[in-house]
Ligand binder design. Sequence first.
Ligand SMILES: [Zn+2]
Ligand SMILES: [Zn+2]
Length: 436
Amino acid sequence: MNTRALKERLYEAIDRSAEAVERYVRDIQQHPELGFAEYRTAEKMAQFFREIGLEPQTGLAVTGMAADLDSGKSGPTIAFMGELDAIVCRQAPYADPETGAAHQCGHHVQQGVLLAAAAGFTSSGVLQELCGRIRFLGAPAEEMGSSAVCQPLREQGKIQYICGKQELIRQGVLDDVDISMMMHCWSHHPGPLILRGVRNLGAVTLLLNFYGKQAHAAAEPFNGINALNAAIAGINAVNAMRESFDESESPRVNYIITHGGEMVNCIPDFVQVKVNIRANTLAGMERLTRRVVNAFRLGAECIGARMECQAEPGIMPLVTDDTLYNLYTENAKEFVPPEEYQIVPTMPSSSDLGDVSQLMPVLYPMCGGIEGTGHGSDFQMVDFQNAVVLPAKLLGAVIIDLLAEDGKLAKQVVEQYKPGMTKEQYLHYWEKQGQD
Ligand SMILES: [Zn+2]
Ligand SMILES: [Zn+2]
């Protein structure tokens, strides 16, 4: 059977699943959960998989799951991912009153795309005409688990990293996967959209502790060492450096003060700053991190304070695969007018799919159907067809292209791909980072 006819069968099956998937997406939107704590979401997803005849393996990286659909013929394995977690956005319409969780990054939409594609493949039976396997993956904690959630899980040995896909890599869930794909929603675009970022930013998070000496703020501030001033001197030094940042690396440095002192009538002796550093290459990220740490260290020194720096495992820069993207846009032509195709060298965001992209080719298109600002309280899905049905069909069509003719195209993509590192090098990289 030719791929055109298989795609038609898949599209029809996806259309048939749309009503059930939309119900699922609306339900998940109203019950948002944060990273590594998506227990209800995971239960609902597993239930959906079972209803369409798949047998999900649950509890991967705490709340993640994998459901394999096999063609019965040997060939490449393709991971189709959807993320489970929400962000904290207390002003959002369906924010959880307790945790503040809300789906303002659109991961409920991604889950819809994952399930629509899974339902499309299971009910159409098109994979039987192809080869290899599809692994439908519910991936936890893309937005990083909070310290309160991660710390106990680390102590129990359930996780080591801060993001779900990093854990899926570490726990071997992607060991036999050849190619990974998933979509993400883009902001301010209710119509259909075919947007590619060639790269996404990698990110490192630093926890900086400034230690000073407490003293009466009015009577004898000269006998204290002001840890807050040390942090502010560091912040000013970072801001003074900004004009010298290399724009071609799309650098971003953001910070928050997580502890700014205890009482205003005391010179603060402990202040904590959290810094997020991003760039579009690993080397750029490392260079920028060194400069930022130096700036904060000098800030501490000029006040006479002491600074300690803890680096958390971060997120690797993401590189998307040319051939996979060309297949995606080729399939999109019958649905999307030419003016909706966009390509940018660097997407100004990060994803733990970046870590996966260091190990295998990945496809990561941005899609429409959305109004409002990503991570903002006004972000919302306004067009289910453009946000869920269309990306499910297009990613599904790419899988058909890849797994047709004994997986000829998939094998070609894998052969042409140059890995950034091996899995061992990858695990070692984050291990080393944590010790710096
Ligand atoms: Zn996000
Ligand atoms: Zn997201």
